[in-house]
Unconditional design. Structure first.
Length: 201
């Protein structure tokens, strides 16, 4: 009977450890310099092999992949995860921005591409934002165009606090020279005196 407590302890330990399993998974990222974290702990960049330990059927681990200019991507690794590798591809950050065009409807052009099928005064669009090789944010150039008017443009940046932008079409201007024979004649435009010849406007 003196062996009974020892046997009970052994049985308890066997039961406790019998459900514990491990799984080795290799994590790769795109872009290849993204940061990998496992359960909140830094594991490296681009590629990492982790041995996950599961204490019971409900146990899970959280892999988080992140990089400046991209949406953070979480991946849950459970006991039933049936692959030995996982590739996490990050997507660029996005933001919905709104444009108002005045005084008349016009076409909207984003980074050289027309995004409207007909002239309009309001446009709402989801734009992607990411960074270049030097981790500098890449801005968008947005232009409003209408025949007979001077185009207007704005720069849209990720760091902008306000998602609303206004583009104002301008009036086209042309240099004008007026002469007369003899010189010295008075010149009026729309009833307003602008000078005597020769005059440049």
């Amino acid at each position: 009977m003196r062996f009974l407590p020892a046997l009970c302890i052994f049985a308890a330990l066997l039961t406790a450890t019998g459900c514990t399993t491990s799984k080795v998974v290799t994590i790769t990222t795109m872009p290849p310099d993204a940061t990998i974290k496992v359960d909140g702990q830094y594991r490296g960049m681009g590629k990492h092999t982790e041995s996950f330990v599961f204490t019971d059927e409900e146990d899970t681990h959280m892999v988080t992949v992140s990089r400046l200019g991209f949406k953070e991507e979480p991946v849950t690794i459970s006991r039933n995860f049936n692959r030995d590798n996982v590739q996490v591809e990050l997507k660029p950050l996005t933001r919905r921005v709104n444009f108002v065009i005045s005084p008349l409807p016009a076409h909207l052009i984003v980074d050289g591409q027309r995004v409207t099928t007909e002239p309009t005064t309001t446009v709402s669009r989801e734009l992607e934002f990411t960074v270049d090789a030097g981790n500098n944010w890449i801005n968008h150039k947005v232009v409003a165009e209408r025949p007979g008017f001077k185009a207007d443009e704005v720069t849209v940046a990720w760091m902008d606090q306000d998602p609303n932008y206004t583009l104002n079409l301008g009036l086209l201007k042309k240099n004008l020279s007026i002469t007369s024979n003899p010189e010295g004649a008075e010149v009026y435009i729309d009833g307003e005196r602008v000078g005597v010849t020769p005059v440049s406007l």
